[in-house]
Design a protein around this ligand. Structure first.
Ligand code: CAA
Length: 378
């Protein structure tokens, strides 16, 4: 399968490439210091990137899914932070409303999300419900025309910054994952308490917070779907989310690989560029092969998704492989750079730190293997 993009997709690639070079690259240092890139998000909204696949009817750019993947790919090559902000905002912040919301909910929230006026987040994970997402403990009790939510969420990407949060809570704990419901929760709702902002190994500039709900009242009108639909809503949107994270990992791997190739041709030791040594050349060959394989898996999953075909297995395979590739290639890129690779003077140490999380969030590599093996054996 050859990757052949349409004129429109190539235009998207060039536009995002330029934007990443001129607007995001100069902002990286600020993100490394911990600044959340609000002004970048605003500009992405102006360019139509915050709602790439959202229908025009709801204020989006109504482009195909491959264009969305191309955008995440190009953004993540320059900044994995901006890549994950867009991926989470779109796949698990906006899409649950777009695909499972009623007309009123869609009209109220999607246009603001699609233009970047609002940012989205996904509140599923809890202190004792990470991989076992169905074991969440946050409770939603119906009282008249609203629910009262109590509980805690952790590791919420875009958390605290997001205006709209898709919150999962149990409306019937006797039903396990079938008793989970999904709610649209606005950040300024009384009882929505933003907690600890995690100090992370990498992805500096991406916000990851704890959130607590204390007697937080959410209108019944903000429930997505029926009571008990929550877990399926979470899982269905994670399929797309996992393609987004696989794409982010691909972007990191590509950046690390390209940096290693360029450096190995410039760096002279023992009278010749280090690329001329088979030890380095073989490393580059393995890195390049893995990147190519990751790219094919990512775009294959995207292509299935675009055609509306089942893609759960392929999304998990893409995430499993691309995240491992990002970690392996980033480690090897540091090795090619030698001592310089371990310093902050070159970006490969950032790729190394940013890569690791792709094997953890939106389902660890172990969870991806569970998902894939279920598809293979059922
Ligand atoms: N798509 C649609 N439906 C799905 C599904 C999918 N991918 N996976 C499961 N379901 C459905 C099943 O069909 C089943 O429905 P039925 O009973 O009607 O058949 C129901 O959901 C329950 O499925 P399981 O029995 O398989 O559920 P489980 O409790 O054994 O768990 C799991 C399955 C795959 C391990 C799941 O818990 C999981 O994906 N865990 C990982 C959680 C995760 O990815 N968290 C990410 C947090 S968000 C994040 O990280 C964002 C960020 O910061 C970047």
């Amino acid at each position: 399968m050859e990757l052949k993009f349409t004129e429109e997709q190539l235009m998207m690639r060039n536009m995002v490439r330029d934007f990443a070079k001129t607007e995001i690259e100069p902002f990286i240092e600020r993100m490394e210091q911990g600044e959340f890139p609000r002004e970048i998000i605003q500009k992405m909204g102006e360019l139509g990137l915050m709602g790439i696949t959202v229908p025009e009817q709801y204020g989006g750019s109504e482009m195909d899914f491959t264009s969305y993947v191309i955008a995440i790919n190009e953004l993540s090559k320059v900044s994995a932070v901006v890549g994950v902000i867009l991926s989470v905002h779109t796949s698990v912040g906006t899409n649950p409303i777009l695909y499972f919301g009623n007309e009123e909910q869609k009209n109220k929230y999607v246009p603001k999300l699609a233009t970047g006026e609002y940012l989205g987040a996904f509140c599923l994970t809890e202190p004792s419900a990470g991989s076992d997402a169905g074991a969440l403990k946050t409770k939603a009790v119906k009282q008249g025309d609203h629910y009262v939510l109590n509980g805690s969420k952790v590791f919420i990407t875009n958390g605290g910054e997001a205006d709209v949060n898709i919150v999962f809570a149990s409306t019937d704990s006797s039903q396990g994952s079938k008793g989970i419901s999904a709610f649209i929760v606005e950040k300024d709702t009384p009882g929505f308490i933003i907690g600890k902002d995690e100090e992370k190994m990498g992805l500096h500039g991406s916000r990851t917070v704890q959130i607590t709900f204390e007697d937080m009242k959410v209108p019944v009108a903000n429930r997505l779907g029926e009571e008990g639909d929550g877990f399926k809503i979470a899982m269905a949107n994670l399929n797309t989310g996992r393609i987004g994270i696989a794409t982010q990992a691909l972007g990191i791997a590509e950046a690390a690989f390209e940096a290693a190739v360029a450096y190995s041709k410039e760096r002279v030791q023992f009278g010749k560029p280090i690329a001329a040594n088979q030890g380095v050349g073989f490393k580059l060959a393995d890195m390049g092969t893995a990147v190519e394989a990751a790219r094919l898996l990512v775009y294959r999953a995207a292509n299935l998704r675009e055609q509306g075909l089942p893609c759960g297995k392929e999304a998990s395979m893409a995430k499993l492989f691309a995240s491992k590739t990002a970690v392996d290639v980033a480690i090897e890129a540091v090795q090619v750079f030698g001592g310089y690779g371990y310093t902050e003077d070159y970006p490969v140490e950032r790729y190394f730190r940013d890569a690791k999380i792709t094997e953890i969030y939106e389902g660890t590599s172990e969870i991806q293997r569970i998902v894939i093996s279920k598809y293979l054996t059922n």
